[in-house]
Design a protein around this ligand. Structure first.
Ligand SMILES: Nc1ncnc2c1ncn2[C@@H]1O[C@H](COP(=O)(O)OP(=O)(O)OP(=O)(O)O)[C@@H](O)[C@H]1O
Ligand SMILES: [Mg+2]
Length: 389
């Protein structure tokens, strides 16, 4: 096996899915003979209008649907192979949650499905809630969550098992711009940790921001594919960005370019670059926060750009540790806190050894006992449903 083939995480050849009606007659040719390869560490985008076959392809990768024709391998095996299931994390198009479980219990429940020890589940659930900006909603039933909050817990749930392949179907739908930026940051950080990400989205700007490669589907067929940077590059143009020039300097520049043999110098566009709306919005929110303006809405992740500017900033981790809920906070309604995406924390989540960390101090032991108590409802539920645990 060559290095190139070793790195292939998903490979489709002539992949076809035809949905049939009750009498076995073809009803919809959802995916029609597509070929693609997704390599380890890539962020791979599936684009296409409604009904073009994106979710069907994802469901085949997950082994939820059988291809009608063609071949599909995930980690070199059939998608139905149970050995690969624990290596995949999935955020479905619609987030399905048990509405009476709290945010913490939800993640604990999914951790239990992967056979994780209670102490590992508790630690991971807490860290994931911090990461997706839901630390303040630790004890709230997810049935009360807004759409964006449900998306965030869905993303945390997709990462519970420290997956090698993360499949995200419309991860930013329903999220505010701050949440969108956080999700994109998380995706990039996960990819930098060697995870492979499949991203299905209609938000082209998001795809452009995070994806390395993509395919564009239409009517179940691939209409365009390749490396994003290459596809979007306009080879026949050059852009120079410099401090503001006077009209006279621009006129002289045109003359100089004409002397250099550049054609149609009068049609050369000279203007002021336009700010990205996302950056502008995040700036406005950041300024409002700095002025301590009041809002009854979400308090999501204004600190992300600072964190990501310095990936080795351990002070951030200290800050997160200080924000772990105390025993009192677990009893009472938790206060809103500034959530955060934190690279150190994410590193910890994605590199953590599988063995359960043992409590080292009396304080930690008592914290764990309190958490056990707080989580009794979910544990009872799990004990009833999953007697092997
Ligand atoms: N279970 C099903 N039974 C019959 N037809 C289906 C089924 N699931 C999907 N289809 C059809 O397959 C085609 C592709 O659907 P799919 O859900 O893959 O599209 P999509 O690209 O994910 O669209 P969207 O952007 O709206 O999510 C559509 O014509 C759809 O009606
Ligand atoms: Mg879909």
């Amino acid at each position: 096996m060559t290095e190139a083939t070793q790195n292939i995480v998903v490979e489709a050849k002539g992949l076809t899915k035809i949905f049939k009606d009750f009498w076995g007659r073809p009803k919809a040719r959802a995916v029609n003979g597509i070929d693609f390869q997704i390599r380890q560490g890539q962020v791979f985008g599936f684009l296409g209008p409604n009904g073009s076959g994106k979710s069907t392809t994802i469901k085949m990768i997950l082994g939820l649907l059988y291809p009608t024709r063609g071949s599909l391998t995930v980690f070199g095996k059939e998608p139905q192979n149970v050995d690969i299931k624990s290596r995949i994390g999935y955020l479905p198009e619609e987030t399905y949650l048990y509405k009476y479980l709290t945010a913490f219990e939800t993640l604990d429940f999914f951790g239990a499905l992967f056979g994780q020890e209670p102490s590992v589940r508790q630690e991971r659930s807490r860290q994931l809630l911090e990461m997706v900006g839901l630390a303040h909603a630790y004890n709230r039933p997810v049935g009360e969550f807004s759409k964006g909050m449900a998306r965030r817990i869905g993303l945390a749930q997709a990462l519970v098992n420290d997956p090698d392949l993360v499949i995200l179907d419309e991860p930013t739908s329903g999220l505010d711009p701050i949440g969108c930026r956080e999700v994109k940051d998380i995706i990039r950080i996960l990819a930098s940790r060697g995870k492979t990400i499949i991203l299905c989205s209609h938000l082209l700007a998001d795809v452009q921001d995070v994806c390395d490669d993509m395919i564009v589907l239409y009517g179940g067929k691939i209409r365009a594919s390749g490396e994003l940077k290459e596809i979007l590059r306009e080879e026949d143009k050059t852009r120079v960005v410099c401090p503001t020039l006077s009209e006279q300097t621009v006129a002289e520049l045109r003359q100089w370019l004409a002397a250099k043999g550049v054609q149609n110098v009068d049609s050369i566009a000279v203007d002021h670059p336009v700010k990205n709306l996302e950056d502008f919005f995040l700036d406005v929110v950041k300024q409002a926060r700095e002025q301590s303006l009041d809002t009854s809405g979400a308090h999501g992740g204004g600190e992300i750009p600072d964190y990501l500017a310095d990936p080795n900033n351990n002070a951030v981790l200290d800050q997160l540790r200080r924000r772990e809920p105390t025993a009192e906070q677990k009893q009472e309604a938790p206060k809103e806190e500034k959530p955060a995406v934190n690279q150190d924390l994410l590193n910890k989540l994605t590199q953590e050894p599988k063995a359960a960390p043992k409590p080292q101090t009396d304080e930690e032991k008592s914290k764990e006992a309190e958490l056990q108590e707080a989580n009794k409802k979910a544990n009872d539920f799990l004990a009833g449903k999953f007697s092997k645990k």
